[in-house]
Design a protein around this ligand. Structure first.
Ligand SMILES: [Zn+2]
Length: 487
């Protein structure tokens, strides 16, 4: 066992549902949770004689996403029919893109837990329509719901550049963040907006040579957790299987497996990849898509600073921790609000604390994003300044922010109203300090004799003063007075 080493090799296919108003080739509305077959028409039902009409918005979204993934965007592309003989797509073919995908040869940057940014190459990104759903829930028969049939999907295929379960997860998370930043997909896992299919195998090195285990594709994962766990499970399973059987990668021994979320195991679905004969051919009902350089420039102008870049910049420019920068850039609305507050004069770390400790929590409780709280960035910046200049304590600021959301009032007014203004008046505080020193002779003794208890005693005295002022004494000012008196 000790003279064997291995490398994990994973490529990922991701289906991203684009958030257009209508379906890819008809005007049926895209909506979730409708009664079965309430969102269908002759086109998405595949009725004879019906003709598809391309959704221009979906094509633009796909182009924008491809640009964000650093892909070459095809100036000319077309639609192909992929033979598909299943009841969840009654016209017996899926409209997809075969040899001319909208995007190709790009890359995505990820930041795995080891803290090193990595580039994962993107092989292609193409548009296609989704199939419906076969339901096997009632009795001894199947039902078909075609509400989802015709939903625009962007299929993104990476090169096998990932080498660990955590890298695979990082890519999936990053992709979700990018799609949401661009506004091309809601990326809601619970609603199946993103589905993942990792292709996994191992390159094993032993004294007697190098070996590759057969590739396994895990189908239809719809959570980051399932994705990461299934890859980890496969790594171990493939290693065990190789040691036991010695079976290596051959033509035709790729298999597909499903993920059992309950037991956290992959389950064999198809032993041998059947020779796929999709019999692609250009769809005769749809015209090719041509784009001018001007049009592409116009779409490119809608690109924004991508989340990972923003995150790295927050660390470098504002001195935030990786963790805080990640939290602030998780959603574009949050990052935008943060930057608006800085533009209004807020100090980055102070604003970050206010937003991450209170703002995001309140937003989450209300089921919306930070921007939906109705806060004015200038007011938040003002509150941050009030902490910086000692008008209120950091703890009080959190209370005030909460109140700002609830009442819409200005921070200064709330600080008065809630009695949270810190006392920095040295004269007033001196009297209180004297009183506390008189009442705590033992602690004073500990400080003055510089005993082991000195530090603890100082903290105790400070706490007593703060308590006497009901939390309104400015700790910095009190510390200075204490320092002077205890010399
Ligand atoms: Zn339709």
């Amino acid at each position: 066992m000790s003279d064997i080493s291995y490398e994990v090799i994973v490529g990922l296919e991701i289906h991203v549902q684009l958030c257009t108003k209508t379906k890819m080739f008809c005007s049926c509305e895209l909506s979730f949770g409708e009664e079965a077959n309430a969102r269908v028409c002759p086109v998405c039902l595949g009725m004879p004689g019906s003709l598809p009409v391309m959704n221009g918005q979906a094509v633009e979204y796909a182009m924008l996403a491809a640009m964000a993934l650093n892909c070459e965007v095809a100036p000319f592309t077309k639609w192909d029919r992929k033979s598909y003989y299943y009841p969840d797509l009654p016209k017996n073919y899926q409209i997809s893109q075969y040899d001319l995908p909208i995007g190709s040869h790009g890359y995505i940057e990820i930041l795995p837990e080891d803290g090193q940014t990595r580039r994962i190459r993107i092989l292609r990104a193409h548009l296609e329509e989704d199939a419906g759903k076969n339901l096997h829930t009632a009795g001894n028969f199947s039902q078909v719901d075609l509400n989802r049939a015709g939903t625009p999907l962007l299929e993104i295929v990476t090169e096998p550049d990932m080498n660990s379960p955590s890298q695979v997860r990082a890519l999936a998370v990053e992709l979700q963040r990018i799609m949401r930043y661009l506004g091309v997909s809601e990326g809601d896992m619970q609603k199946g907006h993103m589905r993942f299919e990792p292709n996994i195998n191992l390159a094993i090195t032993r004294p007697d040579g190098q070996f590759r285990t057969p590739i396994v594709e895990v189908k239809n994962l719809n959570s980051f957790r399932a994705l990461e766990r299934s890859v980890a499970y496969e790594v171990q399973r493939q290693l065990d299987q190789f040691l036991e059987t010695g079976v290596t990668l051959q033509m035709g021994n790729k298999s597909t497996r499903g993920w059992n979320d309950q037991d956290e195991v992959t389950v064999l679905q198809r032993e041998k990849e059947e020779a796929h004969d999709y019999r692609y051919f250009p769809d005769p009902d749809l015209v090719p898509v041509t784009t001018t350089p001007q049009r592409l420039d116009e779409i490119r102008s809608r690109l924004c600073e991508l989340p990972l870049r923003r995150q790295v910049r927050y660390v470098a420019q504002y001195g935030l921790s990786d963790y805080d920068a990640g939290v602030l850039t998780a959603e574009r609305a949050t990052a935008d609000f943060f930057e608006q507050t800085l533009a209004a004069g807020g100090e980055p770390k102070r604003v970050c604390n206010l937003l991450t400790q209170v703002g995001l929590k309140l937003a989450k409780d209300r089921g919306g994003d930070l921007a939906a709280l109705g806060l004015d960035p200038a007011a938040v910046a003002h509150l941050a300044k009030m902490v910086d200049d000692g008008t209120v304590s950091a703890t009080a600021a959190n209370t005030i922010l909460e109140s700002m959301v609830a009442t819409g009032k200005a921070p200064a007014a709330l600080a008065e109203e809630l009695n949270l203004i810190q006392t920095s008046d040295a004269g007033e505080l001196e009297g209180i300090v004297d009183q506390v020193l008189a009442e705590n002779v033992q602690a004073v003794q500990d400080v003055v004799t510089e005993s082991k208890k000195s530090k603890k005693a100082r903290g105790f005295l400070l706490g007593q003063v703060i308590q006497k002022t009901k939390g309104q004494a400015n700790p910095k000012v009190v510390s200075e007075i204490l320092e002077r008196k205890l010399k």
